[in-house]
Design a protein around this ligand. Sequence first.
Ligand SMILES: Nc1ncnc2c1ncn2[C@@H]1O[C@H](COP(=O)(O)OP(=O)(O)OP(=O)(O)O)[C@@H](O)[C@H]1O
Ligand SMILES: [Mg+2]
Length: 221
Amino acid sequence: MKLTVSNIYKNYNNTTILNNLTYSFKSDSIYVIMGENGVGKSTFLRICALIENPDAGKIIYYKQDKALKNDIETRRRITLLLPKVGIFNTSVYKNAAYGLKVRGMGKNKIKETACEALDFVGLLHKKDQNALTLSSGETQRLGIARALAFKPEFIFLDEPTASVDYKNTKLIEGIIKKLKKTTGATIIMTTHEKEQAIRVGDKILIIEDTKIRSSIVTKDK
Ligand SMILES: Nc1ncnc2c1ncn2[C@@H]1O[C@H](COP(=O)(O)OP(=O)(O)OP(=O)(O)O)[C@@H](O)[C@H]1O
Ligand SMILES: [Mg+2]
């Protein structure tokens, strides 16, 4: 799946946040968005993930070069994970399985999918623990497990390693890279850590003065 955003404008209270942004995201890539606090990174993610409308501009997802309607089916191919993952006061397993039932999945399939997702992020051994007792790093990983259980083709991660220590940050970076490799999904994430952007990104996008600019990351992978 591909995504093209074109001529995106967004204002809040007469302040221009995004001014005529145009960019195309292709599949099978990790994009890292950087920029100072308040430049509009999270706003841009919400707009791309179809959570919020721009004031003007188009957001078009493509599957095999065919433009998709921005309907429920397309939205189900997309997931946005916020920095503060919403956790329910129940087991890690039930948190991971949340939402699968709503999508009409059978009981056995839910179990298989949720356990597979927990295994992917290294939390299967904690499936019976109450999710509220997880550490911050583990909570972030649970959020990723819940998001990937839906098998999204576009994954937006807003500061997935905020307030996470070095060891868990590396673990999460590994999960993100493995996600791209095994599913071919497009991952679009934000971070304030330049080193992280270089470690995980195929492309780094910088939002500055209401505009976007990109640079290719060259490294051995
Ligand atoms: N719903 C809203 N109503 C009014 N102002 C908003 C709204 N959402 C965002 N803003 C403002 O738009 C600007 C951009 O916010 P945004 O959260 O996108 O920045 P950011 O780049 O993600 O910052 P950070 O690095 O701190 O996460 C900020 O000044 C914010 O206060
Ligand atoms: Mg933000």
